[in-house]
Design a protein around this ligand. Sequence first.
Ligand SMILES: Cc1cc2nc3c(=O)[nH]c(=O)nc-3n(C[C@H](O)[C@H](O)[C@H](O)COP(=O)(O)OP(=O)(O)OC[C@H]3O[C@@H](n4cnc5c(N)ncnc54)[C@H](O)[C@@H]3O)c2cc1C
Length: 503
Amino acid sequence: ASPPLARRNETCQKTSVAILGAGLTGITAAQALSNQSVSDFIILEYNGDIGGRVAHTTFGADKHGKPYVVELGANWVQGLGSEGGPENPIWTLAKKWNISNTYSNYSSIQTFNASGYADYSQLLDDFEDYYATFEQDAGYILTENLQDRSVRSGLSLAGWKPKKNMEAQAVEWWEFDWEYAYSPEQSSQEFAVVNYNTTFYQWSDANNFVVDQRGFNAFIKGEASEFLAKNDSRLRLNTIVKDITYSDSGVTIYNKDGSCVDADYAICTFSVGVLQNDVVEFDPPLPDWKKEAIDSFSMGTYTKLFLQFPPDKVFWNTSYQFLLYASPTTRGYYPVWQSLDLDGFIPDSGILFVTVVQDQSYRVESQDDEQTKEEVLAVLREMYGPENVPVPTSFMYPRWSKEPWAFGSYSNWPPGTTLEMHQNLRANLDRLYFAGEATSPEYFGFLQAAYYEGKNAGSLIASCVKGNCTGEKNYDVLHGTTKSSEYTMANGWSVSSFLTWGF
Ligand SMILES: Cc1cc2nc3c(=O)[nH]c(=O)nc-3n(C[C@H](O)[C@H](O)[C@H](O)COP(=O)(O)OP(=O)(O)OC[C@H]3O[C@@H](n4cnc5c(N)ncnc54)[C@H](O)[C@@H]3O)c2cc1C
């Protein structure tokens, strides 16, 4: 390898800071730089628009033939905040940009099995009783530096054992997999509870569902408009990064279109999915501690499948927001249904959607739309009777794990993986910094993760540009557990995970 200095490429466009990706993390990082008077940056983005995984599309049509807008990615503001208490920054921004949204009422749920309506809602309360013990146990694991375990073992030890009861399995899926996009077997008890508490106990347990017909990313565009001019040359859309060459003197980024950018510092905001799929080459190759961290965290897939029925033939009870279906054979088979044909959502639209995750997502992603539509309709016929389910006028779903700019939906924390390992995902390599939804040890998976991590990376680099650089900590040797003294800002830990405020 040539010495680092020789790597600076004289023919590339020069900038102080290159921001790789224009999702929420990238835009928030650019905003933090702007706020600290660093305006010499370039944002490189794969897609033709900003927002990343906050992505929408048009679907179906109203009675005038005008298509509706539905969200393929992020859909809720999660954990809003309470009067006089702290507030989720995403909620603050949603209000600032008048994003249309409606309270998601998780008690507004009807339960079904293969024979139609069947009231097993008592199981929802049962689960929550066991969960109270489970979350307390997670607290002991964290504060006493005990061995972490899977959510499955934790729930079992707390007394929740759904076993072959498919209604209990459906309830468990609704309570867990639907949020984490992973099964209890594949998730950490300790950090799933941290993730839940830092959002829902710090702020509040309320989630609001976004139905804004401009698209949810209107709040990201709004924020960007405060520091980027219209057609600002610092935002380079439709630019695919292929190779990142980094050293202690700078970072050079080579793009698929043959262009390159030579930056003093760079922030890579690509998803764990993108990093795991080796579509971007790093030069020099990533050190073992970084590679191990990338391969140790997981990228979940969350798929919403949309159907539009003739609005005058809506056959489900539109006084419920949620319908839960327990397949008699397969856990996670088209379990959670949401009606958009409700006041506050998209009334008179005839739109219903169902969500699957992980293995069921991969399965539907590998099928064509027709085959999947038949499966979905077969479930609806079990729930409502074959004579009551008309032919849908539109059907559509995204294939998140095949998107070359995301390779999945959002990250998750596997059992037995420590905060030290996580910090290695987050830590910089010379002048190349990493930030994104996945680099937050507390809010991972949520929009608030991207917001805080973007802000943090932008601020760190603004200080670097001003000659006051502090790199981030990394661990060459991992210790297998995490001492309580390590839950600090240096490892990305910003609030106590056992603080309760909201309720
Ligand atoms: C289906 C789904 C549902 C979700 N639901 C919710 C929810 O309800 N509430 C919530 O809070 N969060 C939700 N999330 C999570 C939320 O969307 C993410 O946490 C957040 O948007 C991540 O932002 P980011 O900037 O870190 O990453 P991204 O949005 O992925 O931004 C990274 C950017 O990098 C770009 N990029 C990637 N590769 C390259 C390359 N080679 N060259 C150039 N650019 C590249 C991408 O195009 C992208 O724009 C959901 C996500 C999905 C997918």
